[in-house]
Design a protein around this ligand. Sequence first.
Ligand code: SF4
Length: 333
Amino acid sequence: MNAPTGEQPLLDITGLRIDLAGGRTVLHAVSYAVRPGQSLGLVGESGSGKSMSLKAVLRMLPSGARTEGGITFDGHSVTGMNPRELRAFRAGQVAMIPQDPRAAANPVRTVGDFLTEVLVRARGGRRRQAVDQAIRHLADVGIADGELRLRQHPHQLSGGLLQRVMIAAALAAGPRLLLADEPTTALDVTTQQEVMAILDEQRRRHHLAMVLVTHDLDLAVAVTDDIAVMYAGTIVELAPSKGLHHTARHPYTAGLLRSRPAIGTRARPISLPGRPLSAFEAGPGCVFADRCAFAQERCRTERPRLETHGTHLVACHRAAELAANGRLLETTP
Ligand code: SF4
């Protein structure tokens, strides 16, 4: 992995399983860790369980959900936190960047009311001080006319500006961990790049750990150190982002790479055959077996474990063989 070395994980998730009320499993034994200053992308199709682990970190799972496994933050069990500890954790240690800033913003409150309340709650002090701090935080995320923006309501800001406000608010309490769940999905392509660049720059400047959930593999490759590819509630490959286009070891990762639109061409993207499997539909074998061009009998009866292949962790019985013969990234499923 490309994680900064020498530091213990800030967020450490081990063997996390989540069952919703009624018994539907949405996550199977997921493990990943993020160190201070490291960014990890969780990538996969809809329903792969990408967002569930973030909700579990915040202990904001749907009512009736049950978890197994460990979630620790800076060595402390998140699942074992009492209500006071949980409030302090959510208020000061971890921040969530929302998917849709317009849905997350209160339409009847001004940006200033919202931001200064966040700042006063996080740092104490008077509102006047908080206004000055809010203007500085807005400048940090590229909003130069902060005084004007503080007087405005969410509907007076573009989606990109509003997401910058949300990033400023997320950073205002001085968190150590950012959880970003598809933070640019609601924005147009140009604005997506601007907002992602700001988020990445702020993360690096403040040495923050970040988990970025996205269905966009190219985006994850561009802004994260490592990528966990998820399918049917499991991680099928965990690898350094750099060079992943040429080093993918799991047939599903290779399929995602082939299925993305080619930049600068009018070529039709190749789509993966079949439909994504939900976690609760998974049988005893490999979760990807029904869509995998390389599946063999063993794949249908025995679940592959995540094993080390060079700098990658891969859950595929045939990972070594496919990498050795070079078929994986060349063959159309
Ligand atoms: S274990 Fe088998 S079915 Fe699963 S990805 Fe590997 S080759 Fe394909």
